[in-house]
Design a protein around this ligand. Structure first.
Ligand SMILES: Cc1cc2nc3c(=O)[nH]c(=O)nc-3n(C[C@H](O)[C@H](O)[C@H](O)COP(=O)(O)OP(=O)(O)OC[C@H]3O[C@@H](n4cnc5c(N)ncnc54)[C@H](O)[C@@H]3O)c2cc1C
Length: 92
């Protein structure tokens, strides 16, 4: 079946993932549901970037580019931190 992680991960890893989901289910009930979708394996080889200065301002004054759209981040935590740091730089 397409997307079947057991085709790419060794059995031991699949068992570990199952155990992790069951442990997580105690903290966030429902995560070990049959509806939970796991996907993988993901590799990103590209990084288109907008040119920005250290305050993430583009060559257009007052226009900032941040987060994944700017090619600066690649994940939720990075994008959140990027948003906070740029908000602070605007306030300053
Ligand atoms: C399928 C998938 C799974 C992912 N899983 C994970 C994961 O497990 N862990 C992890 O850390 N990261 C994951 N990511 C990456 C993560 O979602 C992104 O890194 C993060 O959301 C980037 O945040 P952002 O604020 O930069 O951009 P976005 O979250 O993309 O926000 C951009 C916003 O701008 C809006 N927008 C676009 N154009 C306009 C416009 N013209 N006017 C007004 N608004 C506009 C969009 O609607 C959107 O709401 C995943 C991404 C995908 C696609």
């Amino acid at each position: 079946m397409p997307g079947d992680l057991s085709l790419v991960f060794p059995h031991r890893i699949m068992v570990d993932i199952q155990e992790m989901l069951e442990a997580l289910d105690k903290v966030t009930p429902g995560i070990a549901s049959d509806e939970t979708l796991l996907y993988g394996v993901e590799v990103k080889f590209y990084s288109n970037r907008v040119v920005v200065d250290k305050n993430f301002e583009t060559s257009i004054k007052g226009l900032r580019a941040i987060g994944d759209g700017a090619g600066v981040t690649r994940g939720l935590q990075q994008a959140s931190a990027n948003g906070l740091s740029v908000a602070r730089s605007i306030l300053n």
